[in-house]
Design a protein around this ligand. Structure first.
Ligand SMILES: Cc1cc2nc3c(=O)[nH]c(=O)nc-3n(C[C@H](O)[C@H](O)[C@H](O)COP(=O)(O)O)c2cc1C
Length: 446
């Protein structure tokens, strides 16, 4: 039996409106938290739930909340990170589009727990149409007394504002996002100090992903212990996975953590198998920033264990034979996919999106893109392959923010698992370029 927390009511007609959402038990958690619980009790329940941040890093949400500086006397802020620019990831968009009140309900409980009277939703610039949906839901929440002054007759006040990004991937990184909200260029800050101590306008701030915050209503209503009954081990709860690429059923799925990768990939309820009956070549399991794994390692670990959709199982084998759950962007490649071209494409993305603040990332992403472009276009040299590995190793761990790692890992892992394809491109460029053109004949190579 499939158990759902977030998308349980997604198909209820009119669920986007306050009335319908409220009739399904929506906003009950706000009544409970504000009238029956102290802020610290809400934090405790979130800790007990084991909920981990759904933005990619998987940091425990309750622990992050407990770091918020309550002694400074400064205002505290909650920022909902709705930037979602990671290639292959489109689950927050689905959540906000279909269930905007679920996010607002979660934000109200979270702000109450943190002692924040102002919350921001930082929305990816390209999701323009979602801003209207969110603003409408916020307006309804104000009208019904769930936002504004003296919410539900209590002493708690809260305003939520929607802020549009301007199309920069780096503004998804929490400190760059804070800079951007302050009206500055989105350059990541050096940590520490962490946002929980010095965040927005120099005040204590928590930044959480949309999906993370959307889980809070359930935790408040049912208790952290109940939430922890979903999932396995330290991967509690459910996870939204956006599945795309060469599969029969691309889309957004809510899975209980612990489902096997095999079931997720082949069951008609989820991806429904590789399209056109082709063989599976590779999967990027957690958004473009995580290492790619070949078919042989995504279904089973190197030790032969069934690979599960959990933080731990996907990471089994470290970066030698494992990967990460990341943001849950599940990208599938069939036997005809060109790994070199795909890697070049990702390198172009990271080069374009590097903020340029750190030399290894600014320069390194550019060099990786150029070398991959050369290989992909039939002018590669055998030594280029090790050159790429070397550049990636010099970026990783040497930048202010993890964009550098995110740029290095896809390239290093593609070469680790598919070196033969890179060699083939160097040794037999005519063969590879032809196959590339056949495969992508709608793409112009500049
Ligand atoms: C380059 C880069 C882009 C990121 N983009 C996002 C994003 O779009 N959404 C998101 O929630 N987290 C993103 N993150 C992670 C955030 O920095 C942060 O860890 C997250 O918002 C914390 O929320 P969580 O604990 O609920 O996951 C990004 C990180 C990096 C380095």
């Amino acid at each position: 039996m499939e158990r759902k927390i977030l998308l349980k009511n997604v198909d209820v007609p009119g669920i986007r409106t306050f009335e319908v959402y409220r009739s399904t038990g929506g906003y009950d958690s706000v009544e409970k938290a504000l009238k029956k619980m102290t802020p610290d009790e809400v934090v405790e329940e979130v800790k007990m739930s084991g909920l981990r941040g759904r933005g990619g890093a998987g940091f425990p949400a309750g622990m992050k909340w407990s770091f918020i500086d309550k002694k400074s006397g400064n205002p505290r802020y909650l920022i909902c990170n709705a930037d979602e620019s990671e290639p292959g990831t489109f689950k927050d968009r689905y959540l906000m589009e279909k269930l905007p009140h679920l996010l607002i309900e979660g934000m109200i409980c979270s702000c109450y727990a943190l002692g924040a009277n102002t919350g921001y939703i930082y929305v990816r610039g390209e999701y323009k149409y979602i801003i209207g949906i969110l603003n409408q839901a916020i307006l309804e929440a104000y009208e019904k007394g769930f936002l504004g002054k003296n919410i539900l007759g209590t002493a708690f006040n809260l305003d939520i504002h929607v802020h549009s990004g301007a199309g920069a991937y780096i503004c998804g990184e929490e400190t760059a996002q804070i800079e951007s909200l302050e009206g500055k260029r989105g350059n990541p800050r050096i940590k520490p100090p962490f946002p929980a101590v010095v965040g927005l306008y120099g005040c204590p701030t928590v930044v959480n992903n949309v999906e993370t915050l959307a889980n809070i209503g359930f935790i408040v209503n049912n208790g952290g212990g109940e939430y922890a009954k979903y999932g396995v081990g330290k991967s509690t709860g459910t996870k939204l996975i956006s599945a795309c690429g060469n599969i029969n059923n691309p889309g957004v799925y809510e899975i209980e953590l612990g489902l096997s990768v095999r079931e997720f990939l082949y069951d008609p309820k989820y991806c429904g198998g590789v399209k056109n009956g082709k063989e599976l070549k590779a999967v990027i399991a957690g958004g473009s920033s995580v290492p790619i794994l070949p078919a042989s390692l995504i279904l089973k670990t190197a030790a032969g264990e069934e690979r599960l959709m959990t933080y731990e199982s996907l990471a089994d084998g470290g970066f030698v034979s494992g990967t990460m759950l990341g943001s849950g962007g599940f990208i599938v490649y069939d036997e005809d996919a060109c790994i070199v071209r795909n890697t070049w494409n990702l390198a172009r993305f990271y080069h374009h999106e590097s903020c340029g603040q750190c030399s290894p990332c600014r320069e390194g992403t550019g060099w990786m893109e150029s070398v991959l472009h050369r290989i992909e276009n039939g002018h590669g040299r055998t030594k280029d392959i090790d050159l790429l590995v070397s550049i990636a190793s010099k970026i990783e761990g040497n930048t202010i923010c993890p964009l550098g790692d995110a740029a290095a890992w896809p390239i290093a892992s593609a070469i680790r698992h598919f070196r033969h394809e890179f060699e083939e491109h160097v040794l037999h460029p005519e063969k590879c370029i032809n196959s590339t053109i056949r495969q992508f004949d709608d793409v112009t190579i500049s």
